[in-house]
Design a protein around this ligand. Structure first.
Ligand code: PEP
Ligand code: MN
Length: 343
């Protein structure tokens, strides 16, 4: 249920309704902006009628949210979610590029890459300390040692860190270092991990599972939001199809479709979608043109030596070229790739 209050309703009044709901076992979250105050209470309609909720002082109306996800839906929150990470804003119409290697391999590798990523003006650096690999015999990441190296990168290059968390067991240690925690495609429906992410103080980058529908993806986001963490970024990274020319199939059409349903920012990861270096730039250009809020790009100083995903890693010069081209396209289209929800 969406409970709409008078824009001038006091905080005490909003709190009173929320504690009334809580006393009846109903969780809720309040939102406010210049023009409105609202409470989203997913299960309120199971206990109360519309007129019972509308009888509260300051309540203008109560409207059922018909969408299966309540906090992720524009029916609940009708303004784009803007997420601050350091000095960066995500979801405000700007373009946020995240760059880095697939995995943390060594201090030398990490620093070499971080240096040119920082010089390109990119502010978010991504590398995995824990890697979800298809084969148990493949490189699994440096773990704690990798996190310590990411901490060093953060200090040395003033970059914000994006890194993946694979399980609840390692969540606390990842959370300590990461400025943005990635939940990977394979874990999109790891519900206990999603719930833990929902209790995190850090924003979450939620990749789309490689066979997930848009509905399933948004319900996975709802697990995080419903635990109280409103800072969720969705990331399209390709889905499994019959194509045999690329690792996955980049589903750019999901972005305008998602904009009709959710206020959450949406990133695109062309690297994991295509799995091959030569296709990353054209797909990144397409992602920016279609209105993505950000890009996730893998790059490596020596891709042929990379311990994971070398074939999709851009060389330094190609990475810098991609950043320049994507910024140009974004500038050209600014204001045209609409931020209006439900367009
Ligand atoms: C990664 O980001 O390196 C990764 C393994 O991604 P995905 O979860 O999209 O496969
Ligand atoms: Mn990778």
């Amino acid at each position: 249920m969406l409970i709409v209050l008078d824009a001038k309703a006091s905080i005490a009044s909003v709190k009173q309704i929320q504690s009334f709901l809580k006393d009846h076992g109903i969780e809720s979250q309040a939102h406010s902006d210049l023009y409105s105050q609202t409470i989203v209470a997913p299960n309120a309609s199971k206990k109360f009628t519309i007129s019972e909720l509308e009888s509260f002082e300051d309540v203008v109306r109560a409207v059922p949210i018909t969408s299966p996800y309540k906090y992720a839906s524009i029916q609940g929150v009708n303004a784009p979610t803007v997420i601050d990470i350091g000095s960066i804003k995500i979801g405000d119409g700007s373009l946020c590029i995240v760059g880095g290697p697939c995995a943390v391999e060594s201090k030398e590798q990490l620093f070499n890459i971080a240096r040119y990523v920082a010089e390109s003006g990119v502010k978010l650096f991504r590398a995995g300390a824990y890697k979800p690999r298809t084969s148990p015999y493949a490189f699994q990441g440096l773990g704690l040692e990798g996190l310590a190296l990411l901490e060093k990168v953060k200090k040395e290059f003033s970059l914000n860190i994006v890194t993946e968390c694979l399980d609840n067991m390692t969540f606390d240690e990842v959370e300590e270092v990461a400025d943005l925690i990635q939940i990977g495609a394979r874990n999109m429906q790891n519900f206990s991990l999603l719930k833990r992410a929902g209790r995190s103080t850090k924003p979450i980058l939620l990749k789309r599972g490689n066979s997930a529908s848009l509905n399933e993806w948004l319900l996975a986001a709802e697990y995080i939001l419903s635990e109280g963490n409103s800072r969720v970024i969705l990331c399209e990274r390709g889905i499994r199809t019959w194509s045999d020319h690329s690792r996955n199939t980049l589903d750019l059409s999901v972005i305008p479709a998602a904009r009709k349903l959710t206020h959450l920012p949406i990133f695109v990861d062309p690297s994991h979608a295509v799995g091959r270096r030569d296709s990353v730039l054209p797909c990144a250009r397409g992602a920016v043109a279609i209105g993505a809020d950000g890009l996730l790009i893998e790059t490596h100083c020596q891709p042929e030596q990379a311990l994971s995903d070398g074939s999709q890693a851009l060389l330094q010069s190609d990475f810098i070229d991609l950043v320049d081209q994507c910024r140009e396209i974004h500038k050209l289209l600014q204001g045209k790739t609409t931020l209006h929800l439900g367009f």
